[in-house]
Design a protein around this ligand. Structure first.
Ligand SMILES: [Zn+2]
Length: 257
């Protein structure tokens, strides 16, 4: 399996934004799809979340499952399919994408590239508010950016952590099990095993057990999350969690000042 080409994906999204002079964070993704020759339709598919079809006349159709309700998720799904449209013209007639494909940055290079394209199209570096990246990392900043760019909390948090100059880690867990995590550049040395349980004593596990939608940012012992590392006595770790009962999913922001 080839490696996903993230540089190419980001270059493609930047080119597209430049070509159409997009400088508004909440730009209309349907308009963009339309000028690219792609129509967006809802419903009519059941066993996938989104579908891209190349028609013989050269136009395309993106079909979204009607179970995708939130505007931010619709937006990301459409951007993901536009990514396939632009980046994978020769691969196959159509793409069927499942919900998990929209979070996949590791299994399939095409899905990873479409996600990277979508994330950099909807949250382009050039439009992101630089002042927010100088403040102490927290979910309140992520929420503010998500509101402005009309993106989901997860997609925004992911982008925020990728671009952060602080030591931050984002953890996604479902039903108390760690699904994936990503770290900012200066926190890459801290590895969290995927598939394991949320650690005992973590705020995230507590909020999940109690069904608390949000926690404030709390100082905890770093060894709770990273027990195999040696920590100085004065080492600090801030943890903040967001829990969605609807998806039984938690997002955790870990910050080591
Ligand atoms: Zn896809």
């Amino acid at each position: 399996m080839r490696e996903p080409d993230f540089t190419k994906a980001e270059a493609a999204s930047i080119r597209l934004l430049d070509r159409y002079g997009v400088d508004d964070p909440g730009f209309d993704i349907l308009d963009l799809a339309y000028v690219l020759g792609v129509d967006v339709e809802y419903g009519g598919i059941e066993n996938a979340d989104a579908w891209l079809l190349r028609r013989r006349d050269g136009r395309g159709v993106i079909r979204l499952n009607s179970n995708i309700q939130e505007p931010a998720r619709k937006r990301f799904s459409i951007a993901h399919e536009i990514g396939h449209w632009i980046m994978h013209p020769n691969l196959q007639q159509g793409f069927l994408c499942a919900a998990q494909d929209f979070q996949d940055y590791a299994r399939s290079p095409e899905e990873a590239e479409a996600n990277w394209f979508a994330a950099t199209l909807l949250l382009p570096k050039s439009l992101l508010p630089k002042d927010q990246f100088n403040k102490d990392p927290c979910f309140e900043i992520v929420r503010k950016i998500a509101f402005q760019f009309q993106t989901s909390l997860t997609a925004t948090a992911r982008r925020y952590v990728e671009l952060s100059k602080f030591s931050v880690i984002l953890v996604s867990s479902t039903n108390g099990e760690i699904k994936w995590s990503i770290a900012s550049k200066c926190a890459r040395r801290l590895f969290l095993p995927w598939g394991g349980p949320l650690p005992d004593g973590s705020l995230t596990l507590e909020s999940f057990k109690q069904g608390l939608a949000r926690t404030s940012q709390n100082l905890i012992l770093p060894e709770i999350w990273f027990p195999s590392r040696k920590w100085d006595r004065d080492a600090e770790l801030f943890e903040q969690a967001r829990y969605s009962a609807e998806y039984n999913n938690s997002l955790t922001l870990l910050w080591l000042p």
